[in-house]
Design a protein around this ligand. Structure first.
Ligand SMILES: C[S@@+](CC[C@H](N)C(=O)[O-])C[C@H]1O[C@@H](n2cnc3c(N)ncnc32)[C@H](O)[C@@H]1O
Length: 199
């Protein structure tokens, strides 16, 4: 397993991901606030905290048992009843019916053999008019060669999102400076998409 606790400590206190902010803005423009969100692989909980603060109920999942010891102490007492935290792997996680699935820098860490079933559960769980927000990693990303990762070409992402109206699909491609991580090429798709159909 990667050093996820080291990662949780390093990013603790950072703000919500831009994809989540965009999805929440889109809901707000529709006059919808305070639904149920599933935060997939929530980590130390930057996005879960934003959702809770904006009045959402959240089911946060993560495969690492330490993730929620970083999150719970930062949840205001009054909001704690609105959070359910579940330690579960991608392979085993159930996805409750919800308004939003938030998967920030999460799905690429799912093993390829478990991805299709996980994706089907995610799509089935989102109500019509609900949203998915998060990142896919591209096929040109350095980590695409790791056997336990799931990466997608742009065309494959578009295929996954059939049945959704794409509201954001920002592609980012860059190299980390060698002194940061040597060598690391990033190819990312930042996505927000609204499930078709009427609620
Ligand atoms: C890059 S972090 C993203 C955390 C958070 N969503 C964020 O935006 O910062 C990836 C997360 O995936 C989780 N993870 C890795 N492998 C997993 C697995 N097989 N099942 C469930 N979660 C897993 C890690 O524990 C970690 O919290």
């Amino acid at each position: 397993m990667q050093d996820w606790p080291g990662y949780f400590g390093a990013v603790m206190g950072k703000g919500a991901r831009e994809t989540l902010v965009a999805a929440l803005d889109a809901f707000a423009r529709e006059g919808f606030t305070g639904g149920l969100a599933v935060d997939v692989a929530a980590g130390e909980g930057r996005d879960t905290l934003e959702l809770l603060t904006q009045g959402w109920r959240v089911v946060a999942t993560d495969g690492h048992p330490d993730a929620f010891s970083f999150l719970w102490p930062r949840v205001p007492e009054v909001l704690k009843p609105n959070l359910t935290a579940v330690v579960v792997t991608f392979a085993d996680m159930q996805v409750p019916h919800c308004d939003l699935v938030n998967a920030s820098f999460a799905l690429p860490f799912c093993e390829p053999r478990h991805f299709p079933a996980l994706w089907s559960r995610i799509v089935a769980a989102i109500r019509p008019g609900g949203r998915i927000a998060g990142q896919f990693f591209g096929a040109r990303d350095s980590w695409a060669s790791l056997p336990d990762r799931t990466h997608h070409t742009r065309e494959e992402v578009l295929t996954l999102l059939e049945g959704f109206e794409i509201e954001m699909m920002n592609e980012e491609e860059r190299d980390d400076p060698p002194d940061v991580r040597n060598p690391k090429h990033w190819q990312l798709f930042h996505v927000v998409a609204r499930k078709s159909g009427r609620w």
